[in-house]
Design a protein around this ligand. Sequence first.
Ligand code: URP
Ligand code: ZN
Ligand code: ZN
Ligand code: ZN
Length: 484
Amino acid sequence: MTKVIKGGTIVTADLTYEADVKIDGDKIIEIGPDLSGDEVIDATGCYIMPGGIDPHTHLEMPFMGTYSTDDFASGTRAALAGGTTMVVDFCLPSPGESLLDSLKVWDNKSAQAACDYSYHMAITWWGEQVFDEMKIITEEKGINTFKHFLAYKGALMVNDDELYSSFKRCAELGATPLVHAENGDVIAELTAQLLAEGNTGPEAHAYSRPTQVEGEATNRAIMIADMAGAPLYVVHTSCEEAHEAIRRAKMQGKRVWGEPLVQHLVLDDSEYSNEDWDHAARRVMSPPFRNKQHQDSLWAGLASGSLSCVATDHCAFTTEQKRFGVGDFSKIPNGTGGLEDRLPVLWTKGVNTGRITMNEFVAVTSTNIAKILNCYPQKGAVLVGSDADLVVWDPKANKTITADTQASAIDYNVFEGIEVTGLPRYVLSRGYVAVDNGTLKAKEGHGKFVARDANGSVNTALSKWKDLTAPRPVERSGIPATGV
Ligand code: URP
Ligand code: ZN
Ligand code: ZN
Ligand code: ZN
């Protein structure tokens, strides 16, 4: 049974052209004019793009005494509803726990996935077992990215010596480290001080994590990655200080990527001044939303290429869960949703305003991510042989975002009331029509794990350069006798 997407315009990271796309089973088998097949999908007036890849989600994440409410079932339904056909979730061992044991836990959760998925492995502690297991994870388990938290002191945070050891191990294994860059020590001090002074509301979450703590940690992580000879992927880059560090590193030839979230691009810190406690608490995430100047910086980074990907960090807690923090902002579970809204919101606020082009949109929501994570062109491409993860995008379709109609399992939406123009008409997940003329038909369990090899081209090039420029002893013909 073949399918043909007919009458549309293909938009990739580098080209825009009219052609049909023929699919057999899981794969794209032909691209060209006037194709025919057993089933026709009408793309008249639409763009055909690679399905979105969200490189940063936390589905059913154990965090701050609870679990994020969207699991792999509801989370991947939400993803597909919004045109995202692959998510990369974080496998999160507790401090002291085996990485391999934690992977089994994530494999159980992800059995429900309706779209394809992959994992980053978090390094939440350091020891010989972690050092050894990192090799198995990269060489046998198809995970080539390791996440490190510089925030969440006393829980997930690692110190600089641990960070250096892990980054060094990533470099040896041809893997890429990721970092949540905020200075956890300073945040802990500011949090205690704010609470002692009676600053207990959700707005104090933002006061406790100013842009300076993100800028410092980003610079530090970049320096440590450079010393360890590893590339670096900085997650949820939210401010100019962090962007400036990434931009500078790139201009120095360092292999560093930055990932703004759609929330940080569109929502600002005035949300925390809302008089409604629930409204503000629902928007508590780390890093917090920033002001308009920081948003301009992030948009400029996407347009110029100094920032590479747009993610959601989807970590959705219900209002009831958020209320754990009534009277103490530090107990509000950190995280917001956005999986379903990332593409329509970015298209509306980015492409429709002229801040980014359609091709840049595809690059930052899909292709760049697949390349950095080393699953291109299986994912992130409209090419013969690629997985048929595709979105037929109707640039004229519109709706007003509301929690009432969302696929996510939580009871609100941080983008509530935003009018979007540009929505998926069809979404294909490896050839399966998961959104059919606007109707969600996600199939639980359809998603497959996407294995990603280590030693991508950037890792290999960087290690070659680091070897070539490593300190070496100076060869000397005569060495003076030791002074006895
Ligand atoms: O607030 C956030 N971002 N929650 C999810 C965990 C993380 O730090 O990414
Ligand atoms: Zn984080
Ligand atoms: Zn995260
Ligand atoms: Zn299937």
